[in-house]
Every structure is written in structure tokens, then in C-alpha cells.
Design a protein around this ligand. Sequence first.
Ligand SMILES: Nc1ncnc2c1ncn2[C@@H]1O[C@H](COP(=O)(O)OP(=O)(O)OP(=O)(O)O)[C@@H](O)[C@H]1O
Ligand SMILES: [Mg+2]
Ligand SMILES: [Mg+2]
Length: 563
Amino acid sequence: MFLRPLAVHRTKHRLFHDLRTYKEDPRWPGWQVIIGIETHAQIKSRRKLFSDSFTSTPDDTPNTNVSAFDAAFPGTLPKTNSKAVDLALRTSLALRCKINARSSFDRKHYFYSDLTSGYQITQQYSPLARDGELSLHSLDSPITVRIKQIQLEQDTAKSTFDSRGSRSQIDLNRAGTGLMEIVSEPDMRSPEEAGAYVRALQSILRAMGSSDGNMEQGSLRCDVNVSVNRKGDPPGTRCEIKNLNSVRFMMAAISKMSCLQTFSLKLINQPAHEIKRQKEFLISNPGSSVPQETRGFNEDTFETFRLRSKEDAPDYRYMPDPNLGTLALSQSRIDEIRNNMPPLPWELRSKILDKYPSLKDKEQSLDVLLNVDNGREVGFDGEDGAGAVEYFERLCQAPKRDPIVILNWMTHELLGQLAARKQSFYQNSLTSEQLGELVDLLQDKIITGTSGKYLLRHMLDNPSSKSPKEIAAELQLVAIASSSGTSKASDAGSSPSSELEILCKAAISELPSEVAAFRAGNKNVLNKILGHVMKKSRGRANAKEVRHIVEKLALGDNHNGDL
Ligand SMILES: Nc1ncnc2c1ncn2[C@@H]1O[C@H](COP(=O)(O)OP(=O)(O)OP(=O)(O)O)[C@@H](O)[C@H]1O
Ligand SMILES: [Mg+2]
Ligand SMILES: [Mg+2]
């Protein structure tokens, strides 16, 4: 009884996509571009998919997390890691998939040095989940991309080629790590839609704690399928571009034009990207279709290049894995996961906006916060840890703190500094208490913005449990107060009111010609005098106060203040 409306809805949904009306894209008039994406997301479980060894980060010493099974010793048997399966289930539910109560594993055979067993365990015939969807709200014209299936599989080892020694080196740390292959239907029509899809997927994976979703570090890899057809014609033959490792590269592989804002303009005259290449083929070979190929992407020239044609495609000789049997999932296990799902990114977003309405004008920064790659320790095996959002909320607990100021400091300063150090959020050594106090020092004008940034960098470089106030005093960052006493720097114990005036007086005597020009009416030269004082104060002076004092000293008490 209850299934019927769902089935009708699904049918309508599919029809909508199959017939998705041709919409002219001014970049390739008369043509339609169709894109489908296969993503491989490393599962953020503590242990590998079929063995007890720990999963690794790229920084781990090679070949230190390897069990006999990962190295394919004869006689070793796989044992499915239920935590990894649970994380994949959570992801499948977040993507509104139907869970397959009985899925199974198959062996995909091929011979390469990074695959010691000679086969990869995957789910070719009966995947974990099917028929999901992901809505892309960030686009000007939002779309829904259908998810064809989600399958579990093993990652391979990593081989690197040492050209000096003319030899390949194999690191088995990655061998056997759990992957989710998430396959979309061919529902995207532009590089922008493809980019939005991968970004939305990243935020879901991160919110579910099921993968770091980090393309640069290889925990998320995309294969992009692209085809081109003339308006009114059926879809063209797809070419698959393998292993793209950033959203920008993925968009560039589809169409160089889409990424010219982010990359150098010198690329404008370089040869073909995928859409251009396929269009040119169809124009110069009327009546033929583009040959089906697997292609690579050159990150320097932004060109795709042929790896192999369909005829050269290996015969993987798929066969059911005799050691694993069926992966049976009880309804109660699925229900339990459904009932304990962490909030989805858009749920978290509206919860935060309800709680802190002033952030409505700061949606871009809020999205940065919601999409933070928390790193391995948070949500490891689905456990909850203090991710960036929780950290933000802890900071906002002190009543006098302004959520806008906190959000700015977190997204612009803290996350910026962590990114510069190539650190994930979990590697952040600054506690929420420390950052909170730092922001309080700023709001109370005990330190200036410049000093605050310096203090933050210093604290990240020299982690300690000391309070920012103590460190600010040690580093002599406490702001110099003006004679009007607006600063609370009197805590520092010196006589700060005169210190600022002494600095200003010194500047006036050290820059006589600038002061003369200023007195003669050259307003611009004031900045030079102010810059001189700011430099001498090592960022501890408040620029407004310095300006006021310099004007007063240079022009006498009678200046009208609006120079
Ligand atoms: N005409 C088309 N144009 C663009 N993409 C397409 C087209 N037809 C299918 N696709 C996309 O191609 C992808 C096919 O992936 P799938 O995993 O099913 O097969 P595969 O690429 O043959 O397998 P493998 O996992 O071994 O690479 C899907 O993402 C699908 O949406
Ligand atoms: Mg595939
Ligand atoms: Mg493929």
C-alpha cells in the first residue's frame, strides 16, 4: 500500500531526468554535454575493510600497516569490518538510497604491481545500495542528480616510480582500505554542475563522518564520464577521464573555459579539453560516434589524453568471491543507523541560522565552516568528536561574544592558518577556550587586530596550555593606550598613555619634511607618518588613536579633525 506513491514518484523523477529539456549553453551552442561521475571515497574507519590492520594517512611510514591478508599471503581469509559497512550505510541513507538487504562481493581480476592478490574485491553485481539522489542547491538553477549505486570495494596499494633508481616502490599501507564507489547517473550538463555535485558529496561525506572527502590527499578520487551530442540527437558515447584529484582539475578536464577565472589566462589558446575534443571529432567525422576511451588528464597543459580504447579494455573475469558470501543486513541494523544519523549539512545549516540569526548575512563563511575537513580523528569509526561546528558553538557560549566576529576569526584566520600549514581541523592545537580568550582580548581592545593575528600564528607554531593573555604579555603585544584611556592596557603595569604620545612625537621629529607637507595641506602624507608610528609600535597601536594624536601634535589643538 505504501510503496505505490514512492514508485510513482520515482518514475516521474526518472522521466524528468531522461527528458531533461535541452538548455542552450552559450559556450557550446547547438550541442549538449552529458556528465556522469564515479567517485571513490576512502572510508574513515580505523581498520581496513577485510583485515584488522589500521588504515593509514599519507604521512605514515610505508609498509607499517600491513597484515598477511593485505599482502595476499596464501591461506589468509577476509573478515568484513562491520564499522566500515555501517559508515557506508550511513552515507547511502544520507544519499536517499535503497539499501540492498543482501549484497555480495566479487573479484575483479587484473595484474598490476599495486595489487598483490591479482584481484580487487568489489561489488559488481549486487551493490550495497541503489537508486539514491543528491540535490544541488548551490547552483543558480538547482538540479537533482540520481545516484545509481554505492558499492564497497578495496583500495589498492600505492606504487611510486623512482626514476633515478629505475624501479617501482610499493607501499602496502593503503592496500585493503575500504572504499565506497558512488556512481551517479548521467544527470549533469555542465562542468559547474559536476563541480557542485562533487562539493555537495564532500560535505555529505564529512557530515556523516564516513570519509575525509579530501581530493588533494587522495581520500576522494573522481572518474568523470563525458559525452557530447548535437541538439535533438541521442546521448553520445562517453569517454571516461580517470583519477582527477581536485574539483578544479575535474572542471578543467571537462571544459577549460569553466576554470579560466581560477587559472592563468595563458591557457586560453592551448589545445583541446574534452568537450572541445569530442565536438571537433563529431564535426570532422559526420555519421560516426566518438570512440569510447579511458583518458588521463595532464595537470600542466589541461589536456586529456588517451589511455586505452574500449577494445583494449581489460577483461576483468569477474567472479563471486568464494570466501565472503552474502553481506546480509537486518532491518533493525539499518533502522538503528537511520535513527542515529548525524545531521545532514543543510539541517546543520538551518539549525545554526536559527540559533545565531545574525549569521544570515555571512552565509559564505558559514558554508566554509560547514564544509571543513575535520580530519581523521573526528568521527573516526563514526564516533563524534569536536568538529569545526562544535568548536564554533563552544566559542559562542560566552554571552558577550559576537558570533559574526567568532565566525570571521575561525574561517579567515584559524582555518586560513591551518590550511597554510596543510593541517586538518583535528590537528588544530588551539583550544576553543584559547581562541575565545584571544577574541575577547581583541574585543576589549587589549590587543590590536594585527597583534591578534600575530598571537594566533605564534600559538599555532608553539602549542601550549598558556592563556593568550599571558602570551600577549610575554610577547609585549599588549596594546598601547592613548591618553583618553580607551584601552585597558593599564593591566600591563607601565604608563602606556604617554608611550603612544612619545612614539608619535618621535615620528614627528624624525619626519620633518613629511610633517611640513602635512601642515601645508598634503593630506596623503599623513599615512606615511601613521605607518611610521605603527611600525615602531610593532602593531600594538590603535590606528585611529595614532591618527588623532599625530593630527593634534602636528596641527595643534585647533585642527578641525577632518583632514
Ligand atoms: N552517455 C553518457 N555520457 C556521460 N556519462 C555517461 C553516459 N552514460 C553513462 N554515463 C556515466 O558513466 C558512468 C559509468 O560508471 P559505471 O561504474 O557504471 O561503469 P564503468 O565505468 O564501466 O565501470 P568501472 O567502475 O569499471 O569504471 C556512470 O557515472 C554513468 O552515469
Ligand atoms: Mg565504476
Ligand atoms: Mg568507470
